[in-house]
Design a protein around this ligand. Structure first.
Ligand SMILES: [Fe+2]
Ligand SMILES: [Fe+2]
Length: 251
């Protein structure tokens, strides 16, 4: 199904359209988690999840140093990310699947590099946008999209992680909103750099998402809606937010 967000981003235009990979399904229509196709796809997706959570742990530790006034809170959020990485690794272990960490590190490298560059030049708003808006909006959209097709072991873990990610997103929105006039230009600039990189991770996993029962179009639509809402929450007008999102996601 093709979904169009309020910001008129057309998910189908952002991810390549090849015939869906045929998943091996059980009699009830749910993906067969024992099939080799599922296991391989799950290993690549779980690798991205585990590496994303591990990087989030490091990013929050760096943010704690950069924003000492919120240091204890940011260390707490970082600790949650470390727990997510462990819990979500367990989901792969439960299926007897090995996460593809090597591929995931390659996919996340450009976004992590951007975060490091912001950190090194003292661009704290850039760091907050990358971790607390982009990565967290991406995580919320991905876990929400995965939840209906998660296996019985992964479902409660995913639901709990999803709640935590919303809390992390809230931190970023509040921090940016409190200083919006001063950070607006930096937010726009880093969105234009980091959103295309983030979409690149998603594009690499389109076929694997379909195999495990997720809808990549829905995920992009959900991410676009969530991100536009976040931009409006921190202070952008709705048409301004839509324009920025459209520019960044079609760059
Ligand atoms: Fe997380
Ligand atoms: Fe998070």
């Amino acid at each position: 199904m093709t979904v169009t967000t309020d910001c008129q981003i057309k998910p189908a235009a952002l991810i390549h359209q090849e015939p869906p990979i045929s998943a091996d399904n059980c009699a009830d229509g749910r993906p067969d988690t024992d099939s080799e196709t599922y296991r391989q796809a799950y290993g690549r997706i779980n690798g991205v999840v585990v590496v994303g959570e591990t990087l989030a742990h490091h990013h929050f530790r760096r943010l704690a140093r950069a924003i000492p006034a919120d240091g204890a809170e940011l260390l707490r959020l970082g600790q949650m990310e470390g727990n997510h990485a462990r819990q979500l690794s367990e989901c792969a272990r439960n299926l007897g699947v090995r996460p593809d960490i090597r591929l995931a590190k390659q996919l996340f490298a450009p976004l992590h590099q951007l975060f490091r560059q912001c950190d090194e030049r003292g661009d704290i708003p850039g760091c907050v946008v990358i971790q607390c808006l982009i990565v967290e909006c991406f995580a919320v959209a991905a876990y929400r999209n995965y939840l209906p097709v998660a296996d019985a072991f992964a479902r409660p873990i995913t639901a709990a992680v999803l709640e935590d990610e919303s809390e992390h997103l809230d931190y970023g929105e509040v921090w940016l909103k409190q200083r919006f006039a001063a950070v607006q230009a930096a937010v726009s600039a880093i969105c234009l750099q980091a959103l295309p990189t983030t979409l690149g991770i998603l594009r690499a996993l389109v076929d694997d998402m379909r195999v495990i029962g997720m809808d990549p179009y829905e995920l992009v639509a959900s991410f676009g809606e969530g991100f536009q809402h976040s931009l409006e929450t921190i202070g952008f007008g709705s048409s301004e937010a839509a324009r920025l999102l459209r520019r960044a996601m079609t760059a």
